[in-house]
Design a binder for this molecule. Structure first.
Ligand code: ASP
Length: 321
């Protein structure tokens, strides 16, 4: 069957934001403009037809497992349809890297799943959303494109590597040492790295969809002046939750520590994390450095994640599921 359909799923974000004043790029409400309105006037790749669906309408700072689950299921259903060439997801920038990682880790799609976002609301006189959305559609339509991707300000990133690195500039994303996959310039795509590899569906997909709640994993940082208190408070709460047989999702199951430098942890925090480990909490360490990944070694009792903290938290959650 001819793959002639692009699906656009709306989840909210600044790209769907509305402000009273077209010059206001700060005092707006994210997640207000419906996805079909975002598409009006956006250049559609020639020869392809489109359908859109409003999966959620949220400010992505408030992202939760319910929206993630709905989105994962919607994307998976659409990529399985033979006529679908690719899926575009409009999304807020704040947690885009988390959604991108989840889609990557769980679905590993053989078709393109492209996240489109914006740094200025849809009502802005200089909105960046329409161009970003047009670029995302163009990437989803590219022959051979595959995997979870994020397109913003003319740059194409892989879902595994993308991170938000600026709070207000239009070029808000970066892929760290891995670098972007490519760029779109004047509608022309230049490839720098290969598309992400396609894989198989997360083995516990059924549990991910059916579980009333996902395992609770928290993330905290090591820093100068750090103490044991935060972890102790979490452990006390966990003990109370265990005592009253609290459901999954309430009881702490995992902790990710964003360590200093090569994943090093303040001695007082480290002692508390060892106590957490002894109490049955799974502890992983990564780095709070914006670039680089922790190189394993030394005598730390905590296993290393090579992912940045926000993604490591999700990876641990998936492992615990
Ligand atoms: N708070 C917004 C969101 O993440 C920010 C954005 O989209 O740029 O939904």
């Amino acid at each position: 069957m001819k793959q002639d359909t692009l699906v656009v799923l709306g989840t909210g974000g600044t790209i769907a934001g509305r402000a009273a004043d077209p010059a206001d790029h700060i005092g707006y409400r994210a997640g207000e403009v419906p996805v079909h309105e975002l598409l009006a006037g956006v250049a559609w790749p020639p020869g392809l037809r489109g359908v859109c669906e409003q999966v959620a309408q949220t400010d992505s700072k408030d992202m939760d497992s319910a929206v993630w689950r709905t989105l994962l299921q919607a994307v998976q259903a659409h990529v399985q349809r033979p006529e679908v060439r690719g899926v575009v997801v409009t999304h807020g920038t704040d947690t885009l890297e988390e959604t991108a990682y989840l889609l990557y880790a769980v679905l590993q799609p053989a078709k393109p799943v492209v996240l489109a976002s914006a740094m200025r609301p849809a009502t802005s006189a200089q909105a960046d959303g329409p161009a970003n959305l047009a670029d995302a559609l163009a990437v989803a339509a590219l022959p051979g494109a595959r995997g979870v991707l994020a397109v913003c300000a003319g740059e194409v990133h892989s879902g595994l590597d993308v991170r938000k690195v600026h709070n207000h500039r239009l070029v808000a994303f970066d892929s760290g040492d891995a670098g972007a996959l490519g760029v779109l310039e004047e509608g022309r795509f230049t490839h720098w790295r290969d598309w992400p590899r396609a894989g198989t569906l997360w083995p516990r997909w059924e549990s991910l969809c059916a579980a009333p709640a996902w395992p609770r994993v928290e993330w905290l940082s090591s820093h100068g002046g750090q103490s044991a208190w935060l972890v102790q408070a979490l452990l006390e709460q966990r003990a109370r939750a265990l005592e009253r047989g609290a459901p999954r999702g309430e009881m702490l199951e995992g902790l990710v520590v964003a360590g200093t430098g090569n994943g090093t942890v303040h001695r007082d925090l480290s002692a508390a994390l060892e106590a957490a480990q002894a109490a049955g909490v799974v502890v992983w360490r990564t780095t709070r450095c914006p670039r680089g990944r922790v190189l394993a070694g030394g005598d730390s009792p905590f296993p290393v994640s090579e992912l940045p903290p926000a993604k490591a938290r999700l990876a641990l959650m998936l492992q615990l599921l």
